[in-house]
Design a protein around this ligand. Structure first.
Ligand SMILES: [Zn+2]
Length: 376
């Protein structure tokens, strides 16, 4: 097993890329989708089930874990991998984004952010140095720089100032991270929708040198068209030989469009969160299992899907357990969604390797456009 963090690009097709990120905890096949394990669990899933869907890596949230059960406690208990029984790679975010979206009474200074916990009102501080310390205590394999990003739309001055602050924090994150063989630190590009600010940000990050580069500050309300507009140039501003990670994306068509534009990694709560609310992603588009049309339907959700929900249960059963609020509902529906997202990733990896990404993409969109099978 490799003892170092490395990235090998195996094939490209247009701007789409496929390769392997090697870490001491195992390989990550790219393009990769990372399920989100917010509070040291992918909700409703056993870790071995998450692995069975094809996930090579999970995302953990620094903000949630630092508040409860705390990074120090997880460290005393042997680190996040042991604590949550997941021995494959883990990427942790820096906490910055969630402080901005969840915490109360935030105060932003050059040094960092002070805030009150959304759980119990206790006061905390996050700085680049503290974020690096927490992610080290957690034992994260891929650590993210501490950054700041405004919700869009925001004026250019605010976006520029925020990007420049994030670049100063990127250098402080790098300094605090130190030399940790086998662990990676990713920089995060900011700059909103502005091509020149994104270019400036990319140059600043490249000067510091990171093991991978994230496109940050997207999926914050700008819409798919604007996001793809940025992805038409942003990945090209980042190094070719390092992984590129689009944070917090997205729906299946967002993911496919991002990979087409040169993104290697993504994460999103959507498949797990939607599983708990009865929304299912399938090859033929979105299905709402609470809809009355499924009540007497003996067919599987998707006859071609090999996940447990589709292999062993009918739409009628899935509809029933959802309506009855049985726990197995969240379990089965989340499993299906995560399985489907990983199936998309595998399909894209195979298609890129075979040089037929455009055909795969055309079929992906054509099948979705069919919509769900007609009711019985
Ligand atoms: Zn399924």
């Amino acid at each position: 097993m490799t003892q170092r963090f490395s990235f090998a690009l195996n094939a490209t097709d247009g701007k789409a890329r496929t390769g392997v990120i090697s870490t001491p905890r195992g390989d990550i096949r790219t393009p990769a989708f990372m399920p989100v394990g917010t509070a040291a669990t992918v909700k409703a899933m056993m870790p071995e089930s998450v692995a069975a869907t094809g996930a090579d890596i999970l995302l953990g949230n620094t903000y949630h874990l630092m508040l409860r059960p705390t990074a120090e406690r997880i460290d005393r208990l042997g680190g996040l991998h042991k604590f949550m029984n997941w021995d494959k790679p883990i990427l942790t975010d820096s906490g910055g984004f969630q402080v901005m979206s969840l915490a109360e009474l935030r105060k932003l200074t050059e040094k960092g952010v002070t805030f009150k916990s959304h759980i119990d009102g206790s006061k905390h501080e996050l700085t680049p140095e503290r974020s690096m310390e927490i992610q080290k205590l957690l034992g994260s394999d891929i650590v993210m720089c501490f950054d700041e990003c405004p919700a869009l739309p925001a004026d250019r001055k605010r976006i520029a100032e925020s990007m420049e602050l994030s670049m100063r924090w990127a250098q402080r994150s790098r300094d605090a991270f130190g030399d940790r063989p086998g662990h990676a630190l990713f920089g995060i590009q900011q700059g909103g929708l502005e091509e020149d600010l994104r270019a400036q940000s990319a140059e600043a990050l490249k000067a510091v040198e990171f093991d991978g580069y994230a496109v940050g500050g997207l999926a914050v309300g700008e819409g798919q068209e604007a996001m793809f507009g940025v992805l038409d140039f942003a990945p090209d501003q980042l190094p070719v030989d390092k992984p590129r990670y689009l944070m917090g994306v997205g729906k299946p068509d967002d993911i496919v469009g991002a990979v087409k534009r040169g993104i290697d990694m993504m994460d999103c709560v959507l498949p797990s969160r939607s599983g708990r609310t009865g929304q299912l992603f399938t090859r033929r588009g979105v299905i709402n299992i609470k809809n009355a049309r499924h009540a007497d339907d003996p067919r599987p959700l998707d006859e071609h899907c090999t996940c447990p929900a589709c292999s062993h249960y009918s739409r009628a059963y899935l509809h029933h357990v959802f309506r009855a609020q049985e726990m197995i509902s969240g379990m089965l529906l989340t499993w299906h969604n995560l399985h489907y997202f990983q199936e998309i990733m595998q399909g894209m990896r195979d298609a890129i390797a075979a040089g037929r990404f455009a055909d795969w993409e055309a079929e992906f969109h054509a099948t979705r456009a069919l919509g769900d099978v007609p009711p019985l």
